[in-house]
Design a protein around this ligand. Structure first.
Ligand SMILES: C[S@@+](CC[C@H](N)C(=O)[O-])C[C@H]1O[C@@H](n2cnc3c(N)ncnc32)[C@H](O)[C@@H]1O
Length: 204
């Protein structure tokens, strides 16, 4: 599918062409398997759309789950989302919709390297430094500059190790951030229990 990407072409157009490329052999009567990296239904609009459109046209279509970048992150960074909760947002969405979040829970931000980028670039480095600056400044409204965050790149091949950069939030842009990096922001503090709720649940 990679040949469908092009500089100056909006990714929504590319995604539409991906869906149609997958559906063409379906309509011609073939059994089709559409394979993507990570989880096909996580930050992967064309896969959802291909399944939705195939079903709407009367074909049987099933999405199978797989291992997302976030699943790899939990293993490689050794964090358990069950401990304090985990909030997960697409970085541009996080900024544009001023998402409400809790600094006492972990925060995972996807696509930090392509903030506000509608098109495609060939470089592996972050596509938008300006977007990263906006993100850092937004996070600094909630976390101290000394709060240590992790820029995470899962290994893409079995022979490789993940790349994990630990850096103070205020100096985040000094780390190597690529188009495939994910940001992990650990909780700032331990939450204090709601005593009334504790009593109500009989946990006292
Ligand atoms: C279009 S999404 C695809 C996600 C994929 N479907 C999954 O399940 O992981 C691309 C984003 O996923 C994350 N991602 C993809 N590959 C990654 C990797 N090797 N390490 C860390 N994050 C990754 C990054 O946030 C990246 O910007």
């Amino acid at each position: 599918m990679h040949d469908l990407y092009a500089v100056e072409k909006e990714r929504t157009q590319t995604y539409e062409e991906m869906v149609e490329r997958v559906l063409k052999p379906v309509r011609e009567g073939s059994e089709v398997c559409f394979v993507s990296y990570g989880h096909p239904g996580v930050f992967a609009q064309p896969m959802h759309e291909a399944v939705r459109r195939a079903r709407a046209e009367g074909y049987q279509a099933t999405m199978l789950p797989a291992i997302s970048a976030e699943d790899c992150l939990f293993a490689d960074l050794g964090v358990d989302p069950g401990n304090a909760g985990c909030q997960s947002f697409e970085a541009t969405d996080f900024l544009v919709y001023a998402r409400t979040f809790d600094t006492r829970s972990a925060l995972v931000l996807w696509q930090i390297g392509v903030i506000a980028e509608k098109g495609f670039k060939k470089q592996f480095d972050a596509w938008s430094l300006a977007g990263l600056e906006v993100l850092r400044d937004r996070l600094l409204e909630f976390y101290p500059a000394s709060h240590e965050v992790q820029i995470y790149d899962a290994a893409q091949y079995v022979c490789c190790d993940p790349v994990i950069a630990r850096v103070d939030l205020g100096r985040m842009l000094e780390a190597k951030i690529g188009a495939l990096s994910t940001l992990y922001v650990p909780p700032t503090a331990t939450a204090q229990p709601d005593r009334e709720m504790v009593r109500k649940l009989g946990l006292a």
